[in-house]
Design a protein around this ligand. Structure first.
Ligand code: ATP
Length: 207
């Protein structure tokens, strides 16, 4: 009897700034679950040696590179800040590359399910084939406190990001599963462990 390998199903993992997505993803990873992070993919496509970096330098000039040949994010931001056309050019270059990097990585997963972690899953509507969505939910006061502490940011800076993101209600409306991350990390791990056991019982992400 031969076994055909079953492609892993995809769990979308999302939550607002400082909600605990990364902490949750790290816990899933301890069980060998393959995690693809949208933010990491966005950084990877502009690493030295990636074709997009050369295209950026050709378009914007060497001023968007550091002396070491890395992307100078502040310089790039300054170039696109007040220019919607340049912003669109940049997005047209990077979005398909980021999308392909995410899809390639998800397709390479050998764990029973794979995680696509994205802070903007709800905002972009891009679920990358996720059959289920897990939302890490947190009261706003805690979100502000944790993000400020982690990033050394001001309350106003974190509030500005919060305002640009989907609301808790919008996120919860697409959630299949929710972890309320309002206790300590041991509790978050306990909740992840419980869901992981449940996810292993699912075929294709559905009960
Ligand atoms: P972002 O989208 O902003 O990158 P995130 O959702 O990935 O955020 P994390 O980086 O996982 O959030 O968590 C934000 C901060 O809060 C981190 O410093 C993390 O260690 C801390 N944190 C997360 N969950 C808890 C918890 N239950 N108790 C205490 N600290 C926590």
């Amino acid at each position: 009897m031969s076994h055909t390998p079953v492609a892993p199903w995809i769990l979308g993992l999302t939550g607002g700034i400082g909600s605990g997505k990364t902490a949750a993803a790290e816990r899933f990873a301890t069980f060998g679950i393959h995690v693809v992070d949208a933010d990491q993919a966005a950084r990877w496509v502009v690493e030295p040696g990636q074709p997009a970096l050369a295209q950026l330098a050709a378009h914007f000039g060497a001023g968007v590179l550091t002396p070491e040949g890395h992307l100078d994010r502040a310089a790039l931001r300054a170039r696109i800040f007040a220019d919607a056309g340049e912003r669109r050019w940049l997005e047209a270059l990077l979005h398909p590359l980021i999308g392909r990097a995410i899809e390639r990585s998800l397709a390479s997963a050998t764990s029973p399910y794979a995680i696509y972690a994205s802070p903007l899953l709800v905002e972009t509507g891009q679920r990358r084939g996720a059959q289920r969505v897990l939302v890490i939910d947190v009261p706003e006061a805690l979100q502000l406190a944790r993000a400020q502490q982690r990033d050394g940011a001001s309350e106003a800076q974190v509030r500005a990001i919060l305002a640009a993101q989907a609301s808790r209600a919008q996120r919860l409306a697409v959630a299949d599963d929710v972890i309320v991350n309002d206790r300590d990390l041991a509790w978050l791990h306990h909740e992840v462990d419980r869901l992981h056991a449940f996810y292993l019982s699912l075929a294709g992400g559905h009960s």
